[in-house]
Design a binder for this molecule. Structure first.
Ligand SMILES: Nc1ncnc2c1ncn2[C@@H]1O[C@H](COP(=O)(O)OP(=O)(O)O)[C@@H](O)[C@H]1O
Ligand SMILES: [Mg+2]
Length: 245
Protein backbone atom coordinates (compact mmCIF):
# COMPACT_ATOMS: atom_id res chain seq x y z
CA UNK A 1 0.00 0.00 0.00
CA UNK A 2 1.51 3.35 -0.99
CA UNK A 3 1.91 5.88 1.79
CA UNK A 4 0.84 8.63 -0.54
CA UNK A 5 -0.87 8.34 -3.87
CA UNK A 6 -1.57 11.20 -6.23
CA UNK A 7 -4.20 10.17 -8.74
CA UNK A 8 -4.84 11.98 -12.00
CA UNK A 9 -4.60 15.30 -10.22
CA UNK A 10 -5.50 18.54 -11.99
CA UNK A 11 -5.57 22.02 -10.56
CA UNK A 12 -6.21 25.48 -12.00
CA UNK A 13 -5.85 29.06 -10.89
CA UNK A 14 -8.72 30.71 -12.74
CA UNK A 15 -8.22 29.77 -16.38
CA UNK A 16 -4.61 28.77 -15.87
CA UNK A 17 -4.22 25.00 -15.68
CA UNK A 18 -1.28 24.44 -13.34
CA UNK A 19 -1.49 20.68 -12.77
CA UNK A 20 -2.71 18.46 -15.54
CA UNK A 21 -3.27 14.79 -14.75
CA UNK A 22 -0.45 14.14 -12.28
CA UNK A 23 0.06 10.59 -11.01
CA UNK A 24 2.63 9.83 -8.35
CA UNK A 25 3.06 7.32 -5.61
CA UNK A 26 5.33 7.18 -2.56
CA UNK A 27 5.99 4.03 -0.61
CA UNK A 28 6.89 4.16 3.05
CA UNK A 29 10.50 5.22 3.47
CA UNK A 30 10.83 6.36 -0.12
CA UNK A 31 12.42 9.64 -1.12
CA UNK A 32 10.91 11.10 -4.27
CA UNK A 33 12.17 14.36 -5.76
CA UNK A 34 10.39 16.71 -8.11
CA UNK A 35 12.55 18.63 -10.52
CA UNK A 36 11.63 20.98 -13.33
CA UNK A 37 11.67 24.61 -14.37
CA UNK A 38 10.08 27.50 -12.52
CA UNK A 39 6.31 27.51 -12.96
CA UNK A 40 6.08 23.82 -13.85
CA UNK A 41 3.72 23.18 -10.91
CA UNK A 42 6.00 21.66 -8.25
CA UNK A 43 4.90 23.91 -5.38
CA UNK A 44 1.25 23.64 -6.38
CA UNK A 45 1.47 19.86 -6.21
CA UNK A 46 2.86 20.07 -2.66
CA UNK A 47 0.16 22.59 -1.71
CA UNK A 48 -2.60 20.28 -2.94
CA UNK A 49 -1.09 17.33 -1.04
CA UNK A 50 -1.00 19.53 2.07
CA UNK A 51 -4.65 20.49 1.63
CA UNK A 52 -3.78 24.17 1.10
CA UNK A 53 -5.08 24.24 -2.48
CA UNK A 54 -8.12 22.39 -3.79
CA UNK A 55 -7.73 20.33 -6.96
CA UNK A 56 -10.35 20.49 -9.68
CA UNK A 57 -9.96 16.87 -10.68
CA UNK A 58 -8.45 13.68 -9.33
CA UNK A 59 -7.26 13.36 -5.78
CA UNK A 60 -4.88 12.25 -3.09
CA UNK A 61 -4.89 9.10 -0.98
CA UNK A 62 -2.91 9.11 2.24
CA UNK A 63 -2.43 5.63 3.63
CA UNK A 64 -5.16 4.45 1.25
CA UNK A 65 -7.60 7.03 2.54
CA UNK A 66 -8.92 9.60 0.05
CA UNK A 67 -8.73 13.24 1.08
CA UNK A 68 -12.11 14.93 0.73
CA UNK A 69 -11.33 18.57 -0.08
CA UNK A 70 -14.88 19.59 0.79
CA UNK A 71 -14.56 18.27 4.30
CA UNK A 72 -12.57 20.33 6.84
CA UNK A 73 -12.30 17.19 9.00
CA UNK A 74 -10.78 15.20 6.18
CA UNK A 75 -8.27 17.96 5.40
CA UNK A 76 -7.39 18.23 9.07
CA UNK A 77 -6.72 14.54 9.31
CA UNK A 78 -4.55 14.70 6.17
CA UNK A 79 -2.54 17.52 7.71
CA UNK A 80 -1.97 15.44 10.81
CA UNK A 81 -0.03 13.01 8.67
CA UNK A 82 1.93 15.41 6.52
CA UNK A 83 4.26 18.26 7.34
CA UNK A 84 5.77 20.81 4.98
CA UNK A 85 8.84 23.01 5.15
CA UNK A 86 9.09 26.00 2.82
CA UNK A 87 11.92 28.05 1.42
CA UNK A 88 11.02 30.79 3.90
CA UNK A 89 11.26 29.12 7.27
CA UNK A 90 8.50 31.25 8.88
CA UNK A 91 9.60 30.80 12.47
CA UNK A 92 7.79 32.67 15.22
CA UNK A 93 10.20 35.50 15.99
CA UNK A 94 8.86 36.22 19.44
CA UNK A 95 9.50 32.65 20.57
CA UNK A 96 12.70 30.83 21.44
CA UNK A 97 13.90 27.98 19.27
CA UNK A 98 12.54 25.47 21.76
CA UNK A 99 9.17 27.20 21.94
CA UNK A 100 8.97 27.22 18.13
CA UNK A 101 9.39 23.44 18.08
CA UNK A 102 7.02 22.84 21.00
CA UNK A 103 4.14 25.18 20.24
CA UNK A 104 2.09 23.12 17.79
CA UNK A 105 2.46 19.75 19.57
CA UNK A 106 1.31 21.52 22.76
CA UNK A 107 -1.38 23.87 21.52
CA UNK A 108 -2.82 21.96 18.59
CA UNK A 109 -2.00 18.34 19.28
CA UNK A 110 -2.56 18.84 23.03
CA UNK A 111 0.32 16.57 23.94
CA UNK A 112 1.90 16.36 27.33
CA UNK A 113 4.44 19.14 27.99
CA UNK A 114 7.27 17.16 29.56
CA UNK A 115 7.28 14.64 26.77
CA UNK A 116 7.02 17.32 24.07
CA UNK A 117 9.95 19.17 25.61
CA UNK A 118 12.13 16.08 25.75
CA UNK A 119 11.33 15.23 22.20
CA UNK A 120 11.93 18.79 20.99
CA UNK A 121 15.34 18.84 22.67
CA UNK A 122 16.19 15.51 21.06
CA UNK A 123 15.12 16.82 17.65
CA UNK A 124 17.23 19.95 18.09
CA UNK A 125 20.19 17.77 19.02
CA UNK A 126 19.61 15.68 15.93
CA UNK A 127 19.90 18.76 13.70
CA UNK A 128 22.95 20.00 15.61
CA UNK A 129 21.24 22.81 17.52
CA UNK A 130 21.30 21.48 21.07
CA UNK A 131 23.05 24.63 22.29
CA UNK A 132 20.54 26.98 20.63
CA UNK A 133 17.29 25.95 22.29
CA UNK A 134 17.00 29.20 24.24
CA UNK A 135 18.09 31.44 21.35
CA UNK A 136 15.64 33.49 19.30
CA UNK A 137 15.37 33.10 15.53
CA UNK A 138 16.96 36.50 14.87
CA UNK A 139 20.11 35.26 16.62
CA UNK A 140 20.51 32.35 14.22
CA UNK A 141 21.91 32.02 10.71
CA UNK A 142 19.54 31.12 7.87
CA UNK A 143 20.81 27.55 7.85
CA UNK A 144 20.21 27.22 11.57
CA UNK A 145 16.72 28.71 11.24
CA UNK A 146 15.89 26.28 8.49
CA UNK A 147 17.07 23.38 10.66
CA UNK A 148 14.75 24.65 13.41
CA UNK A 149 11.93 24.69 10.85
CA UNK A 150 12.70 21.06 9.97
CA UNK A 151 12.72 20.11 13.68
CA UNK A 152 9.40 21.90 14.10
CA UNK A 153 7.92 19.87 11.23
CA UNK A 154 9.29 16.59 12.66
CA UNK A 155 7.86 17.39 16.09
CA UNK A 156 4.42 16.88 14.58
CA UNK A 157 5.25 13.18 13.93
CA UNK A 158 4.44 13.37 10.23
CA UNK A 159 4.21 10.22 8.17
CA UNK A 160 5.37 12.19 5.16
CA UNK A 161 7.58 15.25 4.99
CA UNK A 162 7.31 17.69 2.08
CA UNK A 163 10.28 19.98 1.44
CA UNK A 164 9.85 22.86 -1.01
CA UNK A 165 13.20 24.37 -2.01
CA UNK A 166 14.31 24.53 1.60
CA UNK A 167 17.85 25.61 0.71
CA UNK A 168 17.02 28.17 -1.99
CA UNK A 169 17.04 31.20 0.32
CA UNK A 170 20.33 30.27 2.00
CA UNK A 171 23.81 31.58 1.44
CA UNK A 172 25.78 28.89 -0.40
CA UNK A 173 27.98 28.03 2.57
CA UNK A 174 24.89 27.23 4.66
CA UNK A 175 23.26 24.89 2.16
CA UNK A 176 25.38 21.87 3.13
CA UNK A 177 24.31 21.78 6.77
CA UNK A 178 20.63 21.69 5.81
CA UNK A 179 21.21 19.02 3.16
CA UNK A 180 23.08 16.95 5.80
CA UNK A 181 19.99 17.07 7.99
CA UNK A 182 17.75 15.89 5.15
CA UNK A 183 20.23 13.16 4.25
CA UNK A 184 20.07 11.89 7.86
CA UNK A 185 16.27 11.79 7.71
CA UNK A 186 16.41 9.84 4.45
CA UNK A 187 18.79 7.32 6.01
CA UNK A 188 16.44 6.93 8.96
CA UNK A 189 13.61 5.99 6.62
CA UNK A 190 11.55 9.20 6.57
CA UNK A 191 9.16 9.27 3.63
CA UNK A 192 9.86 12.51 1.78
CA UNK A 193 8.74 14.40 -1.29
CA UNK A 194 11.45 16.91 -2.09
CA UNK A 195 11.56 19.87 -4.46
CA UNK A 196 15.14 20.99 -4.87
CA UNK A 197 17.51 22.55 -7.36
CA UNK A 198 20.52 20.99 -5.64
CA UNK A 199 21.01 18.42 -8.35
CA UNK A 200 23.93 16.51 -6.85
CA UNK A 201 21.94 16.14 -3.67
CA UNK A 202 18.76 15.10 -5.49
CA UNK A 203 20.72 12.52 -7.40
CA UNK A 204 22.29 11.09 -4.27
CA UNK A 205 19.30 11.03 -1.93
CA UNK A 206 16.33 10.13 -4.17
CA UNK A 207 14.86 6.73 -4.90
CA UNK A 208 12.74 8.20 -7.69
CA UNK A 209 12.93 11.48 -9.56
CA UNK A 210 9.98 13.02 -11.37
CA UNK A 211 10.58 15.71 -13.98
CA UNK A 212 7.73 18.23 -14.25
CA UNK A 213 6.93 20.46 -17.16
CA UNK A 214 3.74 22.43 -17.82
CA UNK A 215 1.86 20.85 -14.94
CA UNK A 216 2.65 17.28 -15.94
CA UNK A 217 5.17 14.69 -14.90
CA UNK A 218 6.85 14.17 -18.22
CA UNK A 219 9.41 11.63 -17.07
CA UNK A 220 9.99 9.58 -13.96
CA UNK A 221 12.75 7.17 -13.09
CA UNK A 222 15.74 6.30 -10.97
CA UNK A 223 18.44 8.97 -10.50
CA UNK A 224 20.57 7.03 -12.95
CA UNK A 225 17.83 7.03 -15.60
CA UNK A 226 16.94 10.69 -15.19
CA UNK A 227 20.50 12.01 -15.00
CA UNK A 228 22.38 9.66 -17.28
CA UNK A 229 19.84 8.56 -19.87
CA UNK A 230 16.91 11.00 -19.88
CA UNK A 231 14.51 10.07 -22.66
CA UNK A 232 12.39 13.19 -22.90
CA UNK A 233 13.98 16.07 -24.80
CA UNK A 234 12.71 18.57 -22.18
CA UNK A 235 14.49 16.60 -19.49
CA UNK A 236 17.63 16.53 -21.61
CA UNK A 237 17.44 20.32 -22.11
CA UNK A 238 16.81 20.90 -18.42
CA UNK A 239 19.86 18.83 -17.48
CA UNK A 240 22.01 20.92 -19.83
CA UNK A 241 20.75 24.24 -18.48
CA UNK A 242 20.84 23.68 -14.75
CA UNK A 243 23.83 24.94 -12.86
CA UNK A 244 26.01 22.18 -11.54
CA UNK A 245 27.97 22.87 -8.44
N1 LIG B 1 -1.82 31.63 -6.05
C1 LIG B 1 -1.66 31.62 -7.38
N2 LIG B 1 -2.51 32.30 -8.20
C2 LIG B 1 -2.37 32.27 -9.53
N3 LIG B 1 -1.38 31.60 -10.17
C3 LIG B 1 -0.50 30.92 -9.44
C4 LIG B 1 -0.58 30.90 -8.00
N4 LIG B 1 0.44 30.13 -7.53
C5 LIG B 1 1.11 29.70 -8.62
N5 LIG B 1 0.56 30.17 -9.76
C6 LIG B 1 1.02 29.87 -11.14
O1 LIG B 1 0.96 28.47 -11.28
C7 LIG B 1 2.06 28.00 -12.07
C8 LIG B 1 2.81 26.95 -11.30
O2 LIG B 1 3.40 27.55 -10.15
P1 LIG B 1 4.20 26.73 -9.06
O3 LIG B 1 3.41 25.56 -8.65
O4 LIG B 1 4.57 27.70 -8.02
O5 LIG B 1 5.47 26.24 -9.88
P2 LIG B 1 6.94 25.84 -9.41
O6 LIG B 1 6.90 25.57 -7.94
O7 LIG B 1 7.27 24.63 -10.23
O8 LIG B 1 7.81 27.00 -9.76
C9 LIG B 1 2.86 29.23 -12.43
O9 LIG B 1 2.48 29.64 -13.69
C10 LIG B 1 2.46 30.23 -11.38
O10 LIG B 1 2.60 31.52 -11.86
MG1 LIG C 1 7.98 26.41 -6.35
Amino acid sequence: MPHLEVKNLSCSYGHLKVLDGVNLSLEKGQVVSLIGGSGSGKSTLLRVIMGLTKPDNGGIDIEAQAVDYNSPGSIRSAREKIAIVFQQYNLFHNMSVLQNVMVTPLKVQKREEQQVRQEALALLAKVGLQTKSEAYPAQLSGGQQQRVAISRALALHPKILLLDEVTSALDPELVGEVLDTIRTLANEGMTMLIVSHEMNFVREVSDVIAMMDGGRIIEMGSPDEIFNTPKNTRTQDFMKKIAWH
